[in-house]
Design a protein around this ligand. Sequence first.
Ligand SMILES: [Zn+2]
Ligand SMILES: [Zn+2]
Length: 334
Amino acid sequence: MMKNLIPLLFVCTVLFISCNSCSNDSADIVDGTKDGDTADETKVVDVDASLFLTSNGSVTVTTVPCTLSDGTSTDCYQIVANSTPADHEMGPWCPDNISDAADKGGIWLENGEVYDVDGAFIENMANFYNDSTWKMYDANGDIYTTETEDDCANAANPNVGEEYENFCVECLPSYVTDLTQTYLIPITPVKQSTSTDFGGFGPPGMGGNGPSQRGVAFNGVVFDAPAPTDAILGAYTLAPFDDAGGHINLNAGYHYHAATGVSTQLAQDDGHSAMIGYAMDGFGLYAQLDANGEEPTDLDDCRGHSDETRGYHYHVAAPGSNSFINCLNGAYAN
Ligand SMILES: [Zn+2]
Ligand SMILES: [Zn+2]
């Protein structure tokens, strides 16, 4: 089965995994109401295609027929995006020298925290990870960084050679100019009685039947599965994210592993957290914190809840968590 694919270093979003043969859970779908839910549970908000940033051509949205994971035949938005967000620059990722300030590098996520990958972070890695193998810079303080598309491809190989140990890995936008990604999102989300775990890469037996990708930002950039940071660090490499939480690989293009508030946010009139995109099931994705800096206290296991204005929707996790949402409560496009 697809979920038995071996882990692929850095290749976090190669495939949009769908699995007709292994999702036999459609028989027991009911209307999504349970345990005395209030009326707002029934409010369903369609995906608003006009929210996507289509004006510069980096994202196109068309309506196509689709079949959802619960068997629903309906219409979906087909979102085709190149790797060029219209609303912010990409990078930088790797600083050049251990004297560089934070503006010359990106971020790294560890233990729930966001760290600036500045020169000092690189210089301190042996201490930070308590492992003297780390030394990612030469006698001049210059940081060893992948320089070419070949370097980028090689450093992303699961059998990354020792020659890439102690390299800061960055793949540049110029390597993926021909790449587009296509996402299919139900226009009208259909809530399910049980949640679906995300599928994707991992050891055999891990992962669910759902897609591996979590959602799409208004700029067409995907909110991706967690970055395989253990594998990255295990190879003594560092593949920083830029300040928007994104980086590039040659298959997935530019993709996010953290929601840092850089991509377009749609402020809400009532002080609710800003909207940042849509989950793969068509329910809205919102920032973690509301206007008062508070996280909702009634989120379900997928990080969703309902209100009268937005219906069911999700709140993404903290940027340092290397995750967005934990599962899908709606049907997704097969
Ligand atoms: Zn990644
Ligand atoms: Zn909310």
